[in-house]
Structures are given as structure tokens and as C-alpha cells.
Design a protein around this ligand. Structure first.
Ligand SMILES: [Zn+2]
Length: 174
């Protein structure tokens, strides 16, 4: 895949790269897109609330895991300690992951608007083993990428599932 040497978020000359990533089951698709230094800085800057929520997410996850281990050790009706510990670890791990994800989602909701704008400038909308749909917030950028990659086709009407972002989206499929 080829991209013009300009930032996907603002169109300035690009020196950095942003790795787009999307996971589905065991499959992960990654694409590097150009980003300017200024937008890379915007992407790295977190709001105070986002920072706090992320820190809290690890603490809360560890606390939830520990709580379930203790509860399992105390309350389960097995005589041997190790099945109680094993069940406690499994449930505790699941609880920890759940708590961490829930708080990480809230952290994303608290991100700075300029960070979100960079993050949503380009994304992998969908992919299968042989094709991929990229979505661009800026129609002009989508057109330039399409011109450089003749194998791409344009999706003029994004389907309902992609209408999650407030910004208009141009899509390209390969
Ligand atoms: Zn930029």
C-alpha cells in the first residue's frame, strides 16, 4: 500500500508514522500511514482525566483480581487449598481484565478532542484475509490514496455499521 508523503490528519509534510491496527479474533491487520510531527504530538498527549483513569484501571484490576482470589480461598467448599486458589485465580483474572477494559473505555471517552481527531483521521474499517476497507475523515486524502493505489475501489456509501463517528467518512476497499 502506498500513501502520499503528507500527514493523514492535517495534510502537512509527514515525518512520522501512525500504525493503524484492527483485530478480529486471532487476526490482526496493521497499516502504517504518514503523520506529521505536530499530529504525532497531539496523539501522544493525554487529558488529565484520561491519565487518571488509565492509572486507576491497573490498580482497580489488581484489586478486583486479589479480591476474587481471597473470596475463593475463604468461601469455596473444597478441602484442599489448591483448587480454591486455582478457581480464585481464574475468576480473579477474568474480573481484572473486565475492570481494566471498562476503565480503559472510559479513558478513551475522556481523550482530548485534538487527539481523537488524529486517531479518527484514518482507520481500518474492516478486513478479511484478502481485502481491507480503509476509512478517511478527509475525502481529499481518500482520493489521493486511491489515486496512488489503483487496486482500491471507492465505497461511496458507507454502511450503517461505520456511522459511529460524527465526522463524514470516505472509504476505500482493496
Ligand atoms: Zn498532521
Amino acid at each position: 500500500m502506498r500513501f502520499p508523503a503528507v500527514c493523514v490528519a492535517c495534510g502537512q509534510p509527514a515525518g512520522e508514522r501512525l500504525t493503524l491496527q484492527k483485530r478480529r479474533g486471532q487476526l490482526t491487520r496493521r497499516v502504517d500511514v504518514p503523520l506529521c510531527a505536530e499530529c504525532a504530538r497531539r496523539l501522544a498527549r493525554r487529558s488529565g482525566r484520561e491519565e487518571r483513569l488509565l492509572r486507576l484501571s491497573w490498580l482497580a484490576a489488581a484489586a478486583a483480581a486479589l479480591l476474587w482470589v481471597v473470596v475463593a480461598l475463604v468461601a469455596l467448599p473444597f478441602d484442599a487449598w489448591w483448587p480454591r486458589l486455582l478457581v480464585g485465580l481464574i475468576v480473579g483474572l477474568a474480573a481484572g481484565v473486565w475492570v481494566r477494559r471498562a476503565l480503559a473505555r472510559r479513558a478513551v471517552a475522556a481523550e482530548l478532542p485534538e487527539r481523537r481527531a488524529v486517531r479518527e483521521a484514518a482507520r481500518i474499517d474492516d478486513f478479511t484475509w484478502r481485502d481491507m476497507t480503509l476509512a478517511f475523515a478527509d475525502g481529499e486524502m481518500a482520493e489521493r490514496v486511491r489515486a496512488m493505489n489503483p487496486a482500491f475501489t471507492q465505497n461511496p456509501t458507507p454502511d450503517a455499521a461505520t456511522e459511529t463517528s460524527a465526522t463524514p467518512v470516505e472509504e476505500l476497499s482493496i
